[in-house]
Structures are given as structure tokens and as C-alpha cells.
Design a protein around this ligand. Structure first.
Ligand code: GLP
Length: 244
């Protein structure tokens, strides 16, 4: 695991965006897995800047988002699809049919999850998976639990996770869906490389669990210890509980 401790959120965003841009230069037709959340916004702003300077070309890339709320259509302003349009897709040269999303309004959840796994496989797998992490250690929407799902599945969201997403719904927690579709742990670990970014004191416990040498379903992020190619980019606050 490659741990980088940064002096600011801007530095962390710049480092993560630089890794994505490098991936696109090394392999223009890369398949990139993407997260949503506050942490990702700075990374997407930086990727847009790199794109404007000719240093990040998305014209041949494919993207796959980690998750989507159940019951929201892609045009719903609270959906992750709309979030991605606002923060990244509208601002770079990605082809509309290269953007892949779980359909939150799919009639059959099982078929939709199987379809998504098949899309990932047909693209030859994910080259680089960018990740954030929840304060409780969730990745994607793989919440702490006695059991984790290996593959793309319907996930029940914890109240603390819905609270953290309330910003997308005008601050109203009751409007945040209770379920989502999410890539599973094995889907995420199947990526060739993983870049995880965490900012702020609230993420310190989750980051500590990522570097303990123990894997627990109660801290889904800890499963990244099973992967060979993980970069963890944090600020000093998120690194505060790491052993010296
Ligand atoms: C949501 C997303 C996760 C993301 C997490 C962290 O729960 N499903 O993929 O990592 O938020 O969000 P933030 O960066 O806002 O703390």
C-alpha cells in the first residue's frame, strides 16, 4: 500500500487527479471507476483543469460509477448520475455512451446488478478505481455488516450514511433514499489499481482500520489490504489515528 499524507485537501485532490490523468495518458481507452461525495468534488475540479490544459483526455475512456440510489432516475438532481454530470462529465470530453451507471429505477434489481457486472467484464475490467470512504468505513455503499456482498447488489443504507448524503437533498435526511445499488467488495478489488482519498478528522478511524493488518466486514475499507496496488491519499487530519 502506498500511503501519501498531504498538507491540504487541494494537494490530495491534485495528487489523485494526477494519477487518473497518468492512467489516461498511459492507456487512453482506460476504464475508470468513479465515486461521488464531497471528497471527489475537488478531484473532479482538478481533472477538469488538467483536461483544459490538454493533460487529461477522456475521449476514449469509459467510466463506471460505484453506486446509485434506488428509486431515483438519472435526471433526478439528487441522483449520483446528476452529481457526476455537474461535477465532471459535462466539463470534459467523455463520450455519453462511455459513461456507465447503475439504473436506480430498474424494474428488476437482480437483472440490473447482473447487467452492470457484465458491462464491467465486457470492457475488460476496471483499470483504475477511484474511491472515497465513509466515516464508518464503507466503500461504495458496502456498509459495515456481519456479511459483505462480493458483487453488485442492493444495499441498505445506514442512517449515518444517509445523513452524510443529505446535502444532495437540501439537507433533508428523510428525503435520502434508504437503499442503493452498489458494486460489491470483489467488484472493487477486481480493479487493476485503486486510489482512495480521505480528508478530515471524521475519516481518521476508517483510515486507521485500513492499515492495521486486520480485515473486518465491520470496516469494509479494510478489505483493500487484500489488493496489491492501492494508493491511499489523505490529509493530516485523516492520518491522525495512524500509528507513528
Ligand atoms: C457516499 C458514496 C461513497 C463515498 C462516500 C464518502 O457514501 N457512496 O462512495 O466514498 O459517500 O463521501 P464524502 O466524500 O462526502 O465523505
Amino acid at each position: 500500500m502506498n500511503l501519501q499524507i498531504c498538507n491540504s485537501a487541494d494537494e490530495a485532490a491534485a495528487r489523485a487527479a494526477a494519477l487518473v490523468a497518468k492512467q489516461l495518458r498511459d492507456k487512453p481507452a482506460s476504464v475508470i471507476g468513479l465515486p461521488t461525495g464531497q471528497t471527489s468534488i475537488g478531484i473532479y475540479d482538478e481533472l477538469v483543469r488538467l483536461h483544459e490544459r490538454g493533460m487529461a483526455d477522456f475521449s476514449r475512456a469509459h467510466t463506471l460509477n460505484l453506486d446509485e440510489f434506488v428509486g431515483l432516475s438519472s435526471t433526478d438532481p439528487g441522483s449520483f448520475c446528476a452529481f457526476m454530470q455537474r461535477h465532471l462529465f459535462r466539463r470534459v470530453n467523455i463520450q455519453a455512451d462511455h459513461v456507465h451507471f447503475l439504473e436506480g429505477t430498474a424494474r428488476s434489481v437482480e437483472k440490473e446488478c447482473a447487467r452492470y457486472e457484465a458491462v464491467i467484464e465486457s470492457l475488460g475490467g476496471i483499470d483504475l478505481q477511484l474511491l472515497g470512504v465513509g466515516a464508518n468505513g464503507h466503500i461504495g455503499f458496502n456498509e459495515p455488516s456481519l456479511h459483505l456482498e462480493a458483487r453488485t447488489h442492493r444495499a441498505h443504507l445506514k442512517l449515518e450514511t444517509r445523513r452524510a448524503s443529505a446535502g444532495l437533498f437540501g439537507g433533508r435526511v428523510r428525503d435520502v433514499p434508504t437503499e442503493a445499488l452498489s458494486m460489491g467488495i470483489a467488484t472493487i478489488l477486481g480493479a487493476t489499481s485503486v486510489v482512495l482519498v480521505a480528508l478530515g478528522r471524521t475519516k481518521a478511524r476508517a483510515i486507521a482500520s485500513l492499515l492495521t493488518g486486520r480485515v473486518s466486514t465491520m470496516k469494509p475499507v479494510s478489505f483493500l489490504q487484500l489488493h496489491r496496488e492501492v494508493s491511499v491519499i489523505v490529509d493530516r487530519e485523516a492520518a491522525a489515528m495512524l500509528p507513528r
